[in-house]
Design a protein around this ligand. Structure first.
Ligand SMILES: C[S@@+](CC[C@H](N)C(=O)[O-])C[C@H]1O[C@@H](n2cnc3c(N)ncnc32)[C@H](O)[C@@H]1O
Length: 195
């Protein structure tokens, strides 16, 4: 908690009216890679408390769709459709497709992370599994040239997952934003140009 309150990104998030410090990870990737563009429809997985959707909303424009999903509740955000449910459940995925209603998706971003038990043998496969599910969804809904951003953790299964992403996208890179704590092995895979 001490570290949390002292964290400069937590203070910046509070000062700028953002719901999470995680917003600065997306902002940094956005500044470098311009993944969010006006006119995009976006799916935001693991969205609560809503920082990423909050950041993306003014960029995409009023006519476009942002669908946010999380297992936890989220305070409503204007112009963002929210689905509460466990992304691992087929019923929740079906709900996502129903809300999407055939709208072409340009960006799938996932900041989902499982509840960490501290046991790498359990946590890493859980994180890879969420990444796999996000990738499957991205492959189902993205338009040609669509973008996929996913949080993962270095460790068992990471390389194989990275290669799997490379098969479906033209350009794949790893990003480690400054706002991501250096001692965490969390990274983001940014994949552009869905084939
Ligand atoms: C780091 S937080 C996301 C922060 C968010 N990007 C923001 O800026 O506010 C990770 C989120 O993933 C969600 N999550 C973890 N497992 C999930 C699952 N199986 N289904 C849906 N959401 C999940 C957690 O509830 C948590 O809110």
């Amino acid at each position: 908690m001490q570290e949390h309150f002292a964290d400069e990104y937590v203070k910046m998030a509070q000062a700028q009216g953002y719901r999470s410090r995680a917003v600065f990870k997306l902002k940094e990737i956005q500044d470098k890679d311009q993944l969010i563009k006006p006119g995009m429809n976006i799916i935001d997985l693991g969205a609560a408390p809503g920082g990423w959707s909050q950041f993306a909303r003014p960029i995409v424009g009023k006519k476009n769709k942002i669908i946010a999903l999380d297992i936890l509740p989220m305070e409503p955000l204007e112009g963002v459709d929210f689905i509460q449910g466990d992304f691992r459940e087929q019923a929740v995925l079906d709900q996502l497709y129903a809300v999407l209603d055939g709208v072409p998706v340009n960006l799938v971003m996932s900041d989902m992370a499982p509840n960490m038990s501290g046991n790498k043998g359990v946590d890493q496969p859980s994180a890879i599994y969420l990444g796999e599910l996000a990738l499957e969804t991205a492959k189902t809904v993205l338009t040609k040239d669509g973008v996929f951003l996913v949080k993962l953790f270095h460790g068992a299964g990471f390389e194989a997952f990275f290669k799997e992403v490379q098969q479906s996208f033209a350009k794949v890179a790893i990003r480690k934003p400054k706002a991501s704590r250096p001692r965490s092995n969390e990274v983001y895979i940014l994949a552009k140009g869905f084939k």
